[in-house]
Design a protein around this ligand. Structure first.
Ligand SMILES: Cc1cc2nc3c(=O)[nH]c(=O)nc-3n(C[C@H](O)[C@H](O)[C@H](O)COP(=O)(O)OP(=O)(O)OC[C@H]3O[C@@H](n4cnc5c(N)ncnc54)[C@H](O)[C@@H]3O)c2cc1C
Ligand code: FES
Length: 361
């Protein structure tokens, strides 16, 4: 059972409720002692929570050999999403709750209140194999609210181009599903082979609508300006949304820049893009009394010291790895900026030590 409230404490939602509700909770606490009333409510209604979004897996749909869609029913705390956004999803793996980020692949406008995430198994990953190969209906997960700025501009542009590779198709699928009547869409998707393409039948259907075109590129072809111009001759006039590896984003961005259309470029990458550096340092994890020397992110160095700080996206997006920096200089691996300020909150996954650093962990 997922316990989100500390034992014996009155939940915040009850504390701020009218006095009669507080009194009722106190009476219920006497009746259910030594457990909290929430213990029994959660047992009866596993999705119940006053503080966190929980969701039940309603269905599991295999898309390809290593890609699975989970259909989720969130509890009433879920505030919905915009097409293109992602959630931090936590799942219990061997008794430990681990968090990873996944784009929502379903449209926001679903009337059944369900949402979908489509997950590719990373062969040596700790979480995705569990979700892709081991998820079954009834399984419970925790969700953040939807996050991210990779969303369609409003009003919807008249001419759209979507470029994706691998699981980068997932936020784009949500966008496509949210605009079923939108004409004049070009979709370029890169995959190893036909059997690696999720949503293949649906993409074919979207491509068959008047004004639209879907092109699947198989093998090792890398996108560049001339391939883009061959496949989508009028790409310069299209609002362009790209999701995939860094190389795909960079190639599309420079193709648009070359035709003075940089403002039409919108992108999301699932992995951290770090600037190269030769910086090294020593991190002391104060509470755990461990010190590690190295040239990695502080999150990786904590893991090297066999500590298990919370983490999710490992890309500076979800904030689950945030800890207090007591002292020392750190470098943001995304921007290269160095900050020597102590007593501040720090995202461990995107921070590297510059000299000696002390972290409250
Ligand atoms: C905003 C966002 C949206 C995303 N949307 C999707 C989506 O819709 N669908 C999807 O499939 N994926 C998506 N991803 C990617 C997804 O979150 C990752 O595939 C997932 O985090 C991998 O989790 P894992 O636990 O399986 O792998 P992890 O255990 O986190 O490992 C990932 C990789 O890192 C390596 N690794 C792990 N720990 C270490 C270590 N200590 N030292 C060295 N190497 C290590 C592993 O070998 C593996 O190759 C998204 C990511 C982000 C940031
Ligand atoms: S793990 Fe998501 S911000 Fe660090």
């Amino acid at each position: 059972m997922m316990g989100n409230l500390e034992g014996g404490r009155v939940p915040a939602a009850v504390k701020t409720a009218p006095a009669w509700r507080h009194a009722l909770y106190e009476v219920a606490s006497l009746l259910t002692f030594p457990q909290r009333p929430d213990h029994y409510v959660e047992w009866l209604f596993p999705l119940y929570s006053t503080t966190e979004v929980r969701a039940r897996v309603e269905a599991v749909r295999r898309e390809t050999e290593n890609i699975t869609t989970l259909v989720l029913r969130p509890n009433s705390l879920w505030r919905g999403h915009r097409a293109g956004q992602w959630v931090a999803l936590s799942v219990e793996v061997n008794g430990v709750w681990l968090t990873r980020c996944f784009s929502i692949s379903s449209a926001p406008s679903r009337l059944d209140g369900l949402l979908e995430v489509t997950i590719k198994a990373v062969p040596s990953g700790r979480v995705t194999p569990r979700l892709v190969l081991g998820a079954t209906p009834g399984m419970l997960v925790r969700l953040s609210q939807a996050q991210g700025t990779f969303v369609l501009s409003e009003p919807t542009p008249a001419k759209l181009l979507f470029v994706s590779a691998g699981s980068g198709i997932t936020p784009i699928m949500s966008m496509l599903r949210s605009k079923p009547a939108c004409p004049d869409i070009r979709i370029l998707h890169f995959a190893r082979s036909a059997s690696d393409v999720p949503f293949a039948a649906e993409l074919q259907k979207i491509g068959g609508r008047p004004g639209n075109q879907v092109q699947l590129v198989f093998g090792d072809s890398a996108l560049d300006g001339s391939l883009l111009a061959d496949l989508v001759p009028d790409f310069a006039s299209r609002e362009t949304y790209v999701c995939g590896p860094a190389g795909l984003l960079a190639a599309t961005q420079s193709a648009l820049a070359a035709v003075a259309a940089s403002s039409r470029f919108h992108a999301e990458s699932f992995a951290l893009e770090a600037k190269e550096s030769t910086t090294t340092g020593t991190v002391t994890f104060q509470r755990s009394n461990r010190t590690v020397e190295g040239a990695h992110t502080i999150l990786a160095m904590a893991e090297q010291a066999e500590l298990k700080p919370q983490s999710g996206c490992r890309a500076g997006l979800c904030h689950s790895c945030t800890r207090r920096k007591v002292s020392g200089a750190t470098r943001d691996v995304r921007t290269g900026e160095v900050s020597a300020e102590g007593g501040v909150l720090l995202q461990l996954c995107v921070s590297q030590p510059v000299g000696p650093v002390v972290i409250d962990l």
